[in-house]
Ligand binder design. Structure first.
Ligand code: T5A
Length: 230
């Protein structure tokens, strides 16, 4: 496996009229909560906002989601098969929903994107990061978000929150603790390698405080992009 410190290319970004934001973090870190809050704030500010989740939000993506998150009576899914199904769902979502929205000037907020593949299938499953990045380049046109918000929370804390909701854990959430530790380590390494794109937000605080930090990061990046495009 190659080093996460190698850094990912960011070939595209800022050339479309819209603004592409992704949220990342371990399962239950609070992404869904913060996507909703940010979407509301941006709409209030006059933006068209399209919120998507991965995998999902296309017919193919929802099918992929049910395939990937269901338990199969203990039958393990091959890590490369897993990675390729996540990537297939992303390619479909990108071309069907994300790029058209960015091209007409909307703000797209993605609940997970390519960093999840690098962290879960790269860091967690141990797949070669260079191959995963090359697959992203070849299948998804090397499209990277303008801003990625990493909600930094250890899995144990996220799990405690999720248990309170009484929902059953899916196939990924049921993975051993060591897997989730590796995933969080990979997310942190990605953030360290790309501080310009990935902003780390301490997610163990009340949701409203987390939202304030997110709003500050989004406002700053939006302003920078406006200046770059002026
Ligand atoms: N995956 C995905 C890969 O392996 N590779 C890939 O390429 C991709 C794209 C997707 C799974 O697939 C994997 C990663 C995942 O395992 P998912 O359901 O989309 O699954 O992802 P989850 O992270 O599991 O989504 P969840 O909805 O379960 O978690 P969230 O969205 O992070 O957290 P949220 O907002 O639902 O909050 C969880 C609970 O905490 C509370 C909420 O009310 C909720 O009850 N909460 C807080 N409580 C206290 N303080 C706060 N600040 C709180 N914020 C939220």
């Amino acid at each position: 496996m190659t080093s996460l410190e190698a850094g990912a290319p960011r070939a595209v970004g800022g050339h479309w009229p819209g603004f592409f934001i992704s949220f990342e973090g371990v399962d239950g870190a609070g992404k869904t909560t913060q996507v909703a809050a940010l979407g509301m704030a941006l709409r209030h500010d006059g933006h068209e906002v399209i919120a998507v989740r991965e995998p999902g939000d296309t017919a193919l993506g929802e099918l992929a989601r049910s395939l990937l998150l269901a338990e199969y009576g203990g039958e393990p899914i091959d890590p490369w098969a897993e990675a390729l199904v996540f990537i297939a769902a992303r390619a479909q979502l990108l071309r069907q929903v994300v790029l058209p929205a960015l091209e007409r000037g909307a703000v797209v907020i993605a609940d997970r994107y390519v960093d999840s593949t690098l962290a879960y299938q790269g860091g967690g499953r141990g797949l070669d990061l260079d191959v995963l990045r090359r697959l992203h380049r070849d299948t998804c046109g090397d499209v990277w978000p303008d801003l990625t918000l990493l909600l930094d929370l250890p899995r144990e804390a996220a799990e405690t929150r999720q248990r309170a909701s009484l929902l059953p854990f899916d196939r990924m959430e049921s993975a051993p603790a060591g897997f989730h530790v590796a995933v969080l380590g990979a997310f942190r390494a990605l953030a360290a390698a790309e501080p310009q794109r990935i902003v780390t937000i301490a997610a163990g605080r009340p949701a409203v405080v987390v939202s304030q930090d997110i709003w500050a990061a989004v406002s700053e990046r939006l302003e920078e992009l406006r200046e770059e495009l002026a």
